[in-house]
Design a protein around this ligand. Structure first.
Ligand SMILES: [Zn+2]
Length: 309
């Protein structure tokens, strides 16, 4: 009997336990406190069915949500140097990277795909919130620059879904250097009149995103998305699956809209249609000023540079 207890039993447990655990996974809505079965939440694009709170959405699902079915393919991101500072806090950075890759099934905190939005060419760079809480390191900068260069090559629009807990402390100055690199890449897009659209998803706690809003032709935020400085304790942020409250100066989507810093607040389920409406105007061959009729209601008059007219 010993082979049964020593080998078969543990092997069966190893196979069955994760499946049982996954089936039993319930998620608590951070806003209304309702307990939601993970499959119901996933089927609703991770929007709480009780209060419409938008929980973080994995990058892979962003591609399904915002790009035409069967039109998109991922691109491989040029690798930034992993662990350039040989950083170690409570754990080694290299170990954190491996763990994050296994947990999120992404190679880094930004994933890029190219495809079509309602038939119009687009490159989509999306933050992966499960990869070290979407912290912004050197690899994220590489990925966004690569996405901008691909948009130039393909004469396509660039869409960035910004969702991050802040700069990645382990990349140190390499993380902070990414802002100017991205700004230069975006300038080339603007020179070719290729649209650049930013989608703010909660939480966008990186100083880089504030600068990106100024370069974007259109900025759409998900309801409740917060933009602001990174959390006071970056290590705690990486160990916390849901969000920490960062230092002061945080604005939510409603305040950003009232201050005129963003153009729209759109439900996640309407994002693709809203982006398609913007792109159809910005990519129109007619040079005159025109009006965007947003599917979610309202309209905005703009000229071809994307500025308010
Ligand atoms: Zn809720």
């Amino acid at each position: 009997m010993s082979w049964l207890t020593n080998f078969v039993g543990p092997t069966l447990k190893r196979w069955i336990a994760p499946r049982v655990l996954r089936e039993a996974q319930w998620v608590t809505c951070p806003k209304c406190g309702a307990t939601i079965f993970h499959r119901d939440l996933d089927a609703n694009w991770r929007i709480c069915p009780h209060c419409d709170h938008h929980l973080t959405l994995p990058a892979a699902r962003r591609f399904d949500l915002m790009l035409d079915a069967d039109s998109w393919a991922r691109i491989e991101i040029p690798g930034a140097t992993a662990d350039p500072l040989k950083f170690r806090d409570a754990r080694r950075y290299a170990d954190r990277l491996k763990e994050a890759a296994a947990q999120s099934r992404e190679a880094e905190a930004v994933a890029v795909a190219h495809g079509r939005v309602d038939g119009m060419g687009a490159v989509l760079a999306a933050f992966e919130p499960q990869f070290l809480c979407g912290t912004f390191g050197a690899a994220a900068g590489e990925a966004i620059v690569a996405a901008a260069e691909l948009a130039l090559l393909q004469d396509a629009a660039l869409i960035l879904v910004a969702c991050s807990q802040g700069p990645r402390i382990q990349d140190g100055a390499f993380a902070l250097m990414q802002g100017p690199r991205i700004a230069l890449a975006l300038r080339k897009l603007a020179e070719r009149a290729l649209p650049f659209i930013v989608v703010l998803a909660d939480p966008a706690f990186d100083p880089v995103f504030g600068g990106l809003l100024r370069q974007a032709d259109a900025t759409i935020a998900e309801p409740g998305a917060r933009l602001g400085p990174p959390p006071a304790d970056p290590f705690a942020a990486m160990d916390t699956p849901e969000f920490l409250a960062p230092r002061g100066g945080v604005a939510d989507a409603a305040r950003l809209l009232a201050e005129g810093r963003i153009d729209r607040i759109a439900d996640r389920r309407d994002l693709k249609a809203e982006i398609a409406a913007v792109l159809s105007v910005l990519r129109s061959p007619f040079p005159s000023a025109t009006v965007i009729d947003y599917p979610g209601g309202g309209a905005k008059r703009i000229d071809q540079s994307g500025a308010d007219a």
